[in-house]
Design a protein around this ligand. Structure first.
Ligand code: SAH
Length: 441
């Protein structure tokens, strides 16, 4: 079946914003950008109180408080994505992104033997736009999936964003069930009749056969920062500026701190960022995939253990000093894909990271664009499709900076026992859609 053409037999989505909004993968910062907003925010007051009581805090603790503090965290009570917000992401730029990811999951489901049921689990689903585009592909390919029991599981800490996700995905006529005390804090049914549940933690998602998706999720997890000094590694901490009482500044810890254990012995850089929480999530995903099957697709901006200072802030589509007006701007750091691969600890096979432009091209974005253009006469929609394609694929834009990494069971690449021909000494590797043979390790 030609998936790309089948998924094309529908009308285009509503206009999506493209220019001139900023995507977060673009810049590097040393935190020295001019302050744009000097107001003493409730979060700043909270942090100053905390530092006065217990001393300087790690950058990881700072990031966690600023982004996900239940009462005042940046992510908790606002919609930061898109035109009116602080940054824009690929699914918000073009419907083609989610459609191709939808096809990737179906292709993995087929390759793994068309299980009679699967869970689709998304970590940090934003506005739910990506899932909406994926579900539309699932509906278009309904005949293929008609005997498969699909459920959706959204891992989201933000109350505000979970409400927006529910608006995007669910059928208004079926009321949502809410229980703030339960690990499953919300439940509903999608417009196409698929059950959907919300969790704050991946640990609470049922350990069933699942496909996992994380797009621009790992970059918001808290990083520890370290500087190499003549006395060894010293952690970067956040302290109160002694000259200005309501201002924060970076200092170096006077002696070694526990998170130093995450730095590799043979590290050659003089500044590193490590994200233990990302390691915990990868270990959990790897454990689950090795036990029950399925796959994980991770997409983010990042590097392979080569970059140094990538911690930066975004507010209103502009770079923002990370220590100024905390709680009003997004904070992010590039994902270290080499660390993610290491943390899978060989429980699963990892493919990539490969650049977004390569992955999307392998998935057929050029064919998909042509199909959509052929079906679209409206000049503004054609323009939007072309601009969206350019933004996703252009190496100077998102094409090179964003990467895809997949985690699949070892059997997926080497054939499971029952599939392997007994006379064959070496089972042949099965190619995974989107990842060329050269990309897999
Ligand atoms: N995937 C979306 C949104 C990316 S923004 C997109 O690409 O458009 C990051 C998302 O992760 C938001 O939904 C945010 O609320 C969520 N998030 C941040 N920290 C989280 C955490 N610790 N656990 C779960 N979700 C988190």
């Amino acid at each position: 079946m030609n998936f790309l053409a089948a998924a094309g037999a529908r009308r285009l989505c509503a206009m999506r914003a493209v220019f001139p909004y900023l995507w977060r993968g673009k810049y590097f910062s040393s935190g020295n950008e001019p302050a744009e907003n000097n107001s003493v925010t409730p979060m700043l007051r909270h942090l100053i109180y905390k530092i006065k009581s217990t001393g300087p805090i790690t950058v990881a603790e700072y990031m966690k408080e600023v982004l996900t503090n239940p009462a005042k965290g940046y992510y908790m009570n606002r919609d930061m994505l898109g035109e009116e917000g602080d940054f824009i992401t690929s699914p918000e730029i073009s419907q083609m992104f989610g459609e191709l990811l939808g096809i990737w999951f179906i292709s993995e489901w087929i390759a793994a033997g068309k299980n009679s049921a699967f869970q689709l689990v998304e970590l940090g689903p934003g506005k739910g736009t990506l899932l909406g585009d994926i579900l539309r592909v699932f509906s278009q390919l309904g005949s293929l999936l008609k005997n498969c029991d699909i459920s959706l599981h959204l891992v989201e800490v933000s109350q505000k964003l979970s409400e927006i996700q529910a608006l995007t995905l669910t059928e208004e006529k079926v009321p949502l069930e809410r229980n703030a005390e339960s690990p499953v804090y919300m439940k509903g049914v999608t417009k196409s009749g698929i059950p959907v549940s919300w969790y704050r933690d991946l640990q609470d998602v049922p350990k069933e056969y699942s496909f996992y998706l994380a797009h621009e999720f790992f970059d918001v997890l808290p990083v520890h920062k370290f500087q190499k000094t003549p006395h060894g590694w010293r952690e970067v901490l956040v302290d109160i500026d002694p000259q200005v009482s309501d201002k924060l500044r970076f200092v170096l810890a006077p002696c070694a701190t526990p998170a130093e254990a995450f730095i590799q012995n043979d590290e050659t850089r003089d500044h590193v960022e490590v994200c233990p929480e990302a390691g915990v999530v990868i270990q959990e995903l790897s454990e689950r995939i090795s036990l029950t099957g399925g796959a994980a697709l991770i997409a983010d901006y990042g590097h392979d253990g080569t970059k140094t200072d990538t911690f930066r802030g975004f507010c209103g589509h502009r770079l923002h000093d990370v220590l100024t007006a905390p709680g009003t701007a997004d904070l992010t750091a590039d994902v270290d894909f080499s660390y993610l691969r290491r943390m899978s600890q060989g429980k699963v096979a990892s493919l990539g990271p490969i650049e977004q432009q390569t992955f999307l091209r392998n998935m057929g974005i050029d064919v998909r664009l042509k199909i959509l253009l052929d079906k679209t006469e409206e000049p503004s929609l054609r323009q939007q499709l072309l601009q969206g394609y350019n933004m996703l694929m252009n190496p100077m834009k998102m094409g090179e900076r964003f990467n895809f990494l997949a985690l699949v069971p070892h059997q997926r690449l080497h054939g499971s026992n029952h599939q392997t021909n007994a006379r064959q000494s070496k089972p042949s590797p099965s190619p995974v859609a989107g990842f060329g043979e050269l990309a897999w390790r």
